[in-house]
Design a protein around this ligand. Structure first.
Ligand code: COA
Length: 331
């Protein structure tokens, strides 16, 4: 049976933030930077950092268990686990499989996917497609990012920006008219080399195009900034146009948290007032694909979201990639 697209939605949320806080004043002691520069240019004050002896996927386990509890679903009821990351512990086994084994999701298929910071929105589209076939009833999306392991802590251009966290949601069929109403995704591969994070198999040529060490994240911040503002505004507009609503019908926007100035610039283009734009970047920094599900979980647990609210989830990131979903909240 193929179900209507609009009847698939989020039935539970979870997240995990490491306890260790790295503040701007801590960073002042590590690189040539200042609290004033970081706050003014990025909006970030603190970020959370994984303990050295903790594998990143363990954050995903905590977020997954948290989401199962919130949804009132048992691990064995999950049919698929899709994990988004660009900072996994291993290429194989996937973080999804490691988590599947440890939480006892014995009936789930499990795999990782990488659309960088846009990963969560891509995964929602995949989860919705899986469920709409009728073959998969309950799908868990986990976004798990140990970005602190991918950063050169001597490079002030990047090290002040990122943090670690995981977020998770469970999707299934929901009441008609609720759930995911539309999703628009895109990729701009010709700009891919704006953000690079090599793996151990990268060619010498690939390593040479980057300005830094051989294994860390590098980016052309200005190019990414220019792309991000337009991409987030355009993606959101496409997603709302697809279902014939306007930004006035939107209760809250959850943008990818990369830089307050990017969020403000995109919101301005969308003519969305500040109070409708979710932000926790000051306390987390950029946690890549985990940023949207973390924001959703914190808002869900704090009772900020009401049943029937129209939400825009919108992101951009490495690849380059972009994507937006409109959701009618059903919890
Ligand atoms: N502390 C102090 N100075 C810094 C600094 C830091 N942490 N990082 C960079 N600078 C310096 C630069 O070296 C440059 O100095 P110069 O003028 O002497 O060359 C100056 O600050 C301005 O650099 P610029 O790149 O113009 O700053 P910016 O206002 O564009 O901000 C970013 C830089 C990276 C914060 C911003 O471009 C950005 O957020 N880009 C998007 C990145 C992103 O979102 N990436 C993830 C994608 S998911």
């Amino acid at each position: 049976m193929v179900m209507s697209k609009s009847s698939i939605g989020i039935i539970g949320t979870g997240s995990y933030l490491p306890e260790k806080i790295l503040s701007n004043s801590d960073l002042e002691k590590m690189v040539d930077t200042s609290d004033e520069w970081i706050t003014k240019r990025t909006g970030i004050s603190n970020r959370r950092i994984l303990d050295d002896d903790m594998p990143a996927y363990k954050m995903g386990i905590a977020a997954a268990n948290n989401a199962l509890e919130n949804a009132g679903v048992k691990a064995e009821e999950i049919d698929a686990i899709i994990l988004t990351t660009n900072s996994p512990d291993y290429l194989t086994p996937s973080s999804a499989c490691l988590i599947q084994g440890e939480i006892g999701a014995v009936n789930a298929i499990a795999f990782d996917m990488n659309a960088a910071c846009t990963g969560f929105i891509y995964a929602l589209e995949i989860a919705q497609s899986f469920i709409s076939t009728g073959k998969y009833k309950k799908v868990m999306v986990i976004s798990c990012e140990g970005m602190s392991r991918a950063i050169d802590w001597t490079d002030r251009n990047t090290c002040v920006l990122f943090g670690d966290a995981a977020g998770a949601v469970i999707l299934s069929e929901v009441e008609e008219g609720y759930g995911i109403l539309s999703t628009c995704l895109g990729s701009v591969g010709e700009k891919g080399k704006c953000i690079t994070l090599p793996c151990s198999f990268s060619s010498e040529e690939d390593k040479a195009i980057r300005n830094g060490g051989e294994k860390y994240l590098w980016m052309d911040g200005t190019e990414v900034f220019k792309f991000a503002v337009g991409a987030m505004a355009d993606a959101s507009k496409k997603a709302i146009d697809e279902i014939g609503i306007t930004f006035d019908d939107i209760h809250m926007v959850f943008p990818h948290q990369a830089n307050t100035r990017i969020i403000d610039g995109a919101a301005k283009r969308m003519k969305i007032p500040e109070e409708k734009v979710y932000s926790n970047i000051a306390e987390t920094g950029n946690i890549s694909s985990a940023s949207i599900p973390l924001g959703l979980d914190l808002s869900n647990k704090r009772g900020i979201l009401k049943k029937g609210d129209n939400l825009v989830l919108v992101g951009f990131g490495g690849g380059l990639t972009w994507g937006a979903s409109v959701i009618k909240w059903c919890l």
